[in-house]
Write a protein that binds this ligand. Structure first.
Ligand SMILES: Nc1ncnc2c1ncn2[C@@H]1O[C@H](COP(=O)(O)OP(=O)(O)OP(=O)(O)O)[C@@H](O)[C@H]1O
Length: 309
């Protein structure tokens, strides 16, 4: 199972260039697509999910190990992709007065489970897997955000997809729900290609074995998170500055991020060696990777080549 995206571009009719030559290799497991609002994540997710066409470029799904070991041309063979796809869009509607069990049963009929016994077995197993069994008879309108997202995953899993796409699923979830949801996704990653699009760095740090950062329709880095972090080791330095010093520090150093810290500002800078005695070395994390590629002050080339070696 492998998804190959080659040189995909998309310009909307209003002139926005949402994807500019996106090339990615996505193997089985959890893959994080990380980027700020408007980066092009949803455009790419919808394109892979066959809901819109790219202007140029190709996307192929290699179903190695599946019953029909063939390359699927995602852009041209939409029906084949849809048979193997589970897609959780950024926003989806539910019928608020129907229970999870009834609605899932209804979707299962549409998915082709016409035999009652088999269908109730599938519905029960999905409701248990997504931890909704105890609340299966409650109306969906009363569900919390996390419960709704888990219901969305249950629907997406009908038919046993080997390609699962989830678009910004953790936005708005409380911390406990978020962890529960991410754990569910990571179980799925053992069997399938799971692509998680998010603007939350920790989602990727905690979960994904591979990742890409996208901004303004371009891939800035594609790497294994741990390798990308390792490539920055020894290059990230921190210092707390007063607000009025910040502009000067930004002029003289490659500042990758700033955070408020009880009225003062914590600054992270990228430098090959110590930028001065007032700086302290930092053990880098994925936020440092993200902000250094986003600001262009990065070890991106080093991280990419390390990941590839
Ligand atoms: N149907 C559309 N018509 C015109 N422009 C669009 C359309 N959909 C998206 N865009 C624009 O394309 C760019 C990429 O949008 P996209 O939704 O793919 O980004 P995103 O990374 O998913 O961001 P968000 O997290 O805000 O959804 C943005 O500038 C957006 O305004």
């Amino acid at each position: 199972m492998h998804l190959a995206i080659r040189d995909v571009t998309k310009t909307y009719s209003n002139g926005v260039r949402a994807l500019r030559g996106v090339t990615l290799d996505i193997p089985r497991g959890m893959y994080g697509l990380l980027g700020p609002n408007g980066a092009g994540k949803s455009t790419l997710m919808r394109t892979i999910a066959t809901l819109q066409d790219p202007d140029t470029g190709s996307i192929t799904l290699d179903e190695q190990g599946a019953a029909s070991p063939h390359l699927i041309d995602v852009v041209r063979e939409k029906d084949r992709v849809r048979r193997t796809l589970g897609y959780l869009p950024q926003e989806f509607g539910v019928y608020p007065n129907v229970s999870a069990e009834r609605l899932l049963d209804h979707f299962a009929v549409l998915e082709g489970f016409t035999q009652h016994l088999e269908r109730s077995r599938v519905v029960e197993s999905l409701l248990r897997q997504t931890n909704l069994w105890d609340v299966r008879r409650e109306r969906l309108g009363g569900y919390s955000g996390g419960m709704r997202q888990r219901f969305g995953i249950a629907v997406a899993l009908l038919g046993g997809p080997s390609l699962i796409i989830v678009d910004e699923p953790t936005a708005g979830l409380d911390p406990a729900e978020r962890v529960r949801f991410l754990n569910l996704l990571s179980e799925l990653g053992e069997q399938a290609v799971v692509i998680l699009s998010t603007h939350i760095v920790e989602d990727v740090a905690e979960l994904c074995s591979r990742m890409a950062v996208i901004n303004k329709g371009q891939i800035l880095i594609e790497a294994e998170p741990l390798a990308a972090i390792a490539a920055l080791r020894g290059h990230i330095w921190k210092r707390v500055v007063a607000r009025q010093e910040l502009a000067d520090v930004e002029r003289r150093h490659r500042v990758i991020c700033t955070k408020l810290l009880s009225g003062r500002t914590l600054v992270h800078v990228h430098a090959e060696s110590s930028p001065g005695p007032e700086f302290e070395a930092v053990e880098p994390d994925l936020e440092d990777v993200y902000f250094s590629v986003m600001t262009g002050h990065d070890g991106a080339e080093a991280a990419t080549s390390q990941a590839a070696s």
